[in-house]
Write a protein that binds this ligand. Structure first.
Ligand code: IDP
Ligand code: MG
Length: 141
């Protein structure tokens, strides 16, 4: 059990639907702590870099469009085993397969709109925190 930091995005479609408070309440209710939080209109180059590993997928253009069509909410979340805990709270990628009680299972329905992004490993968390927040106060200790 190690204290970790992970990176989340409440995706634009979920922000438009007014789900930010409920999504963050799930994380805070679990005992995790927000150490950075920002509403931001994402740019296409930043999203393309974030999802670079998916560049060859047929859904990539639609995924990028979905992330830049309106503002997102970006956060850094801290706590014991935060990376795995937040992934489990989010649930499986496809909301159709996500069980009730998970964020995606309760509020998602159709890809690419699955409510939340969460880093999937310590290496991803470090890379994504740096990519979206830089080496600022939210990123250090
Ligand atoms: P993850 O968000 O659970 O880590 P990834 O495989 O990293 O899932 O995919 C990144 C994002 O791409 C997903 O959250 C979802 O928005 C979108 N996506 C993944 N698979 C599909 C698909 O088959 N169709 C449309 N969008 C998809
Ligand atoms: Mg992923």
């Amino acid at each position: 059990m190690a204290v970790e930091r992970t990176f989340i995005i409440v995706k634009p479609e979920a922000v438009r639907r007014g789900l930010v408070g409920r999504v963050l309440a799930r994380l805070e209710g679990r005992g995790l702590r927000l150490v950075a939080l920002e509403v931001r209109q994402l740019t296409r180059p930043l999203v393309e870099e974030h999802y670079a590993h998916l560049k060859e997928k047929p859904f990539f253009p639609g995924l990028v469009d979905s992330m830049v069509e309106s503002p997102a909410v970006l956060g850094i979340v801290e706590g014991p085993d935060a990376i795995e805990v937040v992934r489990r709270l989010a649930g499986p990628t496809n909301p159709v397969e996500a069980p009730p009680g998970t964020i995606r299972g309760d509020w998602g329905l159709e890809l690419p709109h699955n409510v939340i992004h969460a880093s999937d490993s310590p290496a991803s968390a470090q890379r994504e925190i740096q990519l979206f927040f830089g080496p600022g106060p939210g990123a250090g200790r």
